[in-house]
Write a protein that binds this ligand. Structure first.
Ligand SMILES: Nc1ncnc2c1ncn2[C@@H]1O[C@H](COP(=O)(O)OP(=O)(O)OP(=O)(O)O)[C@@H](O)[C@H]1O
Length: 575
């Protein structure tokens, strides 16, 4: 079926795959905007059997039809054409939009809107085009485009510039134009620009007003210290930094709890570990020690900064954005959502969110509505994968088979019906007796990919679980005569394949990907039971699976997986 679909014009192939997936004809018509106007059988017969001669104008107009636009792009002018031609890389597609994507770019909604979909379903493309549309339509509007990490924010910014070099960018939050920043950097900017006035918001969040908040708390070490100082009444399983940090970020900060009496009363919705009254008292003693130490050191952690920024905007009534667009929303924490809510006044098109709960590699599951962002009835799922071949997609999805994943409306997120219209070779999993043999193979494979000349060297990537392995790969392949560049911050430079961690690979894509070092000892990583209680342990395990899913779904055309010794338990069992 997949192979047959590929022989058809693109819209017909997609329609066929959707039909095979159980969608009704009317659903497909709606989704792909095919035949908006019902046609009688007689009319259809005359149209298709004896077509009327068409004028040039009619022919040109026919390219505006949504199904035609899946296969053709009508460009607005010479500038746009030049951009596509000279782009010369994956970014060329960024001027094309499928009909379904256009609905989300052009749509107007009374309030927050959310799209969710698996890796490669074009969520970022929609966010970029929508940001551009809002900026063009409302040139005086301050618009925030944000995401979880600084690297991804920089990538969004570059993509917007490529999409339309004439777009107006705003360096300062609140100025007209597009302000593109990571969510934690936004929090810092709000806190800094508040100056001494921030003290009131600090008091609302932490209980004591202060303005010496320039430093950053090292959370793991700080929670361990706080337990040593004040954790004598804390049960053993609650002494873990992972539990304490999650309790702080999921319950204490979002509810702005500043005293024990409030913590004793608060509903800890969604938290797995039950706490008795005595348990809560013991946790609170540690929280006070944590806050006391940060006060002395003049530091804040990321979640505190976001909370304080949100509290400051809420109390001053400042609303520095008219529209906020969020990419990779699944990793946002409660305080980030509070900040997003506080950035823009409640109004049509105020907030637009793209997320994939399956790619949650930092955050925890939560309900957006708890933070004033109501998207119920205003959310849609995307399921057409534009990036990867069906074979790579099936392998990536296999990593998460059987896992229960919940989206930000609290609904189970499913991979059912998630499909790709492209086909390619089946991913290959290769096992080696030693790391040396695995490196020999990696050098040969990457070397042959590059020398084949089929793809640009920089579209070949080696993805690994951690930085130590990344550096080992760079050195090992270098010793074998294959130059590979480590990618940390910044962009991929032309001319060489890259080696990067799976976390860094988030939001990227490559033509050919080698997932290196997938042995039992490397992945899942850092999941020692004594660092987590049961609830946090199962969330951390799921994050490791999601990370492998993110990594595998970066491969457009070819995916090869290697390990030495025993394979990781996360590898999907062959079908
Ligand atoms: N309209 C389109 N036409 C052709 N290709 C497209 C289109 N939209 C997206 N793509 C392709 O799909 C790739 C993935 O798009 P995008 O990065 O927006 O997906 P995503 O859902 O944000 O993925 P992820 O969640 O994995 O980061 C793009 O880089 C591009 O290659």
């Amino acid at each position: 079926m997949q192979a047959f679909a590929q022989t058809l014009p693109e819209w017909q192939g997609l329609a066929l795959l959707l039909l095979a997936d159980g969608e009704s004809i009317s659903q497909i018509q709606q989704e792909l905007e095919i035949m908006n106007r019902p046609m009688s059988l007689e009319e259809a017969a005359t149209r298709f059997v004896e077509p009327e001669p068409v004028s040039d104008q009619e022919l040109l107009d026919s390219f505006d039809h949504p199904s035609a636009q899946m296969g053709f792009a009508k460009l607005a002018g010479a500038d746009e054409l030049r951009r596509v031609i000279t782009g010369g890389d994956f970014s060329a597609w960024r001027v094309f939009l499928h009909p379904q994507q256009r609905t989300w770019v052009r749509g107007d909604w009374k309030g927050p809107y959310r799209i969710s979909g698996g890796a490669g379903t074009g969520k970022t493309v929609v966010v970029l085009h929508r940001a551009r549309r809002l900026a063009v339509e409302d040139p005086g509007a301050p618009i925030v485009v944000t995401t979880f990490t600084t690297n991804l924010a920089a990538e969004l910014s570059r993509s917007l510039e490529r999409l339309d070099p004439d777009l107006r960018f705003a360096d300062a939050l609140g100025a007209p134009g597009l302000h593109v920043k990571g969510i934690d950097a936004l929090a810092r900017a709000v806190v800094q620009s508040a100056g001494a006035d921030v003290s009131e918001a600090v008091a609302a969040v932490l209980g004591v007003g202060r303005t010496d908040i320039g430093g950053r708390t090292d959370t793991d070490a700080a929670w361990r210290q706080a337990v040593l100082r004040a954790g004598e009444d804390l049960e053993e399983k609650l002494r873990k930094p992972a539990f304490l940090a999650a309790e702080y970020e999921m319950v204490i900060l979002p509810h702005r709890i500043t005293q024990l009496a409030d913590y004793l009363k608060v509903a800890r919705t969604g938290r797995g570990v039950r706490l008795s009254r005595a348990g809560r008292k013991a946790v609170w003693a540690v929280v006070e020690a944590y806050r006391g130490a940060a006060r002395e050191a003049g530091t804040l952690d990321f979640a505190e900064a976001a909370s304080i920024a949100a509290a400051h905007l809420e109390s001053t009534g400042e609303r520095p954005a008219r529209h906020v667009l969020v990419d990779e929303g699944q990793d946002f924490k409660p305080c980030h959502w509070q900040l997003v809510r506080a950035l823009a006044a409640e109004a049509p098109n105020d907030i637009f969110i793209a997320e994939d709960a399956h790619q949650r590699i930092y955050g925890q599951k939560l309900m957006l509505s708890a933070y004033g962002i109501r998207t119920q009835g205003r959310s849609r799922g995307l399921k057409l994968n534009y990036r990867t071949t069906a074979q790579n997609l099936a392998w990536a999805v296999g990593v998460l088979t059987g896992q229960e994943v919940v989206d930000s409306d609290g609904e189970a997120e499913t991979m059912a019906g998630y499909l790709s219209a492209r086909t390619g070779p089946k991913p290959e999993v290769r096992s080696f007796a030693t790391l040396t043999a695995e490196l020999d193979f990696a050098a040969e494979l990457v070397g042959s990919w590059v020398s084949s000349g089929d793809v640009a060297p920089e579209t070949v990537a080696v993805l690994v679980r951690d930085k130590v392995t990344r550096d080992r790969v760079v050195a090992g392949l270098g010793e074998r005569g294959v130059e590979v560049r480590a990618l940390e911050a910044g962009t991929v430079k032309p001319g060489y394949p890259v080696a990067l961690t799976m976390h860094r690979a988030k939001g990227t894509e490559f033509a050919r990907v080698l997932l290196f070092g997938l042995s039992k000892d490397s992945m899942p990583m850092g999941l020692k039971a004594y660092d987590y209680d049961d609830e946090e342990l199962s969330e951390a395990q799921l994050r490791e699976r999601s990370l492998l899913y993110v990594a595998a779904s970066r491969a457009r055309d070819e995916l090869v997986v290697t390990y030495s010794g025993t394979p990781s338990s996360l590898l999907p069992t062959p079908a």
